[in-house]
Design a protein around this ligand. Structure first.
Ligand code: TXA
Ligand code: MG
Length: 352
């Protein structure tokens, strides 16, 4: 299969190209498209055959359910049994935007989308291109991130092609995504909603609406329990070389620098995924992927996946990554870095 690339303007997309992409979707094909978070790999979310193709193209385990993307909030009514008050408050405030709500599904949602669960994840993206495409297709689009399973999510069409060229029909290219990490997934089927995946809507923003009536899944705090979101249990976001994450309140850059210099001296090729502040301190010989200022988590989020993919074409033996503070988007950034490192973590700044 030859993957077509349709280049459009993100703010004012060419409708004739989007209409062609919508036609491919209606015919059961696969179209990668930009959202404000990351690029998604879309298929007709009401057609089991089309949805099955997503799992093949990505090499995704079939029990990891997909998010349905809708153009207008009113479309949820066909897809879910009910919208609890909390969910409604979150949707009113954060849609369109990087919030995914998990609700009890109706039979309109195929099993292939939900991995057989009785719930479905839904979001209304903020991206104009995404919403125009969904509207033109006239169907909800099932769309996971448009990467091969286990790899960093794509924030550009080039990253989509690096993983999926020849495996999908079309990629709509509207340049880099704004936010750079995926949507926040909130399970709204329990009396207290639970954050299953931190993302573009921060915990602080959720608390501003729900007060104390919001929990973070214990699996995200490192407690060893069965994951509630099937996506939690798989290897994720991983660069090709093994990665080690340095994190802690203090001493992160210093401890990382010492280890990186030591390893670089021993003929190993070292890559570093670091802040601009730390990049300036690294010696020559260490390959650097700069994710921006650690003072600005939004900047780190926007650059994160590009930084994690940098060493795919510039082979290194090991990657050292610098953690940031877990406030605001920092929570989502650290969640992705820990997974990308396969939980190989060096805790810094400890006494003794
Ligand atoms: O920003 C995003 O959310 C991007 C863009 C393309 O919209 N999409 C995305 O999809 O990140 P994906 O498939 O890579 O991640 C979906 C997450 C997974 O962790 C999955 O396990 C969880 O949502 N999920 C989906 N349906 C669920 C359900 N019914 N119950 C619990 N978790 C669910
Ligand atoms: Mg994903």
């Amino acid at each position: 299969m030859k993957t077509q690339v349709y280049v459009v303007n993100g703010a004012n997309p060419d409708f004739s190209l989007l209409a062609k992409a919508a036609e491919v979707l209606r015919g059961g094909g696969l179209v990668a498209f930009p959202t404000e978070t990351v690029y998604g790999l879309g298929a007709n979310g009401l057609n089991s055959g089309a949805v099955a193709k997503i799992f093949v193209a990505k090499g995704r385990p079939s029990d990891n359910p997909l998010i349905l993307h809708i153009a207008d909030a009113s479309e949820v009514d066909k897809l879910v049994r009910q919208v609890p008050v909390c969910a409604r408050a979150l949707m009113d405030r954060f849609w369109p935007g990087p919030l995914t709500v998990v609700l009890e599904r109706t039979p309109a949602v195929p099993d292939g989308v939900t991995g057989g669960l009785n719930t479905v994840a839904i979001r209304q993206p903020d991206s104009v291109v995404a919403r125009d495409l969904i509207r033109l297709a006239g169907i909800p689009l099932a769309a996971p991130s448009a990467n091969s399973s286990g790899r960093p999510s794509p924030t550009t069409a080039q990253a989509v092609l690096a993983d999926l060229e020849g495996k999908i029909d079309v990629v709509v290219d509207a340049g880099p995504c704004d936010i750079g990490v995926e949507s926040t997934v909130v399970d709204c089927t329990t009396s207290v909603p639970v954050v299953l995946r931190p993302g573009g809507i921060t915990l602080e923003m959720l608390s501003a609406i729900l007060g104390d009536n919001i929990k973070v899944d214990s699996a995200l705090r490192g407690d060893n329990v069965t994951p509630r979101s099937p996506g939690m249990k798989y290897k994720h976001y991983a660069p090709l070389a093994p990665m080690m994450l340095y994190e802690g309140e203090t001493g992160v850059a210093q401890e990382m620098l010492v280890d990186a210099v030591r390893l670089a001296l021993s003929t190993k090729r070292v890559g570093a995924v670091v802040s601009t502040e730390t990049a300036g301190l690294l010696p020559e010989g260490v390959a650097v992927a700069d994710y921006g200022s650690r003072q600005r988590p939004e900047e780190v989020a926007a650059n994160l996946y590009k930084a994690l993919r940098k060493f795919d074409n510039e082979p290194v033996d090991v990657i050292y990554a610098e953690g940031i503070v877990e406030s605001g988007l920092g929570l989502a950034v650290m969640n992705r870095l820990r997974k990308a490192a396969g939980y190989r973590i060096v805790k810094c700044g400890r006494e003794g």
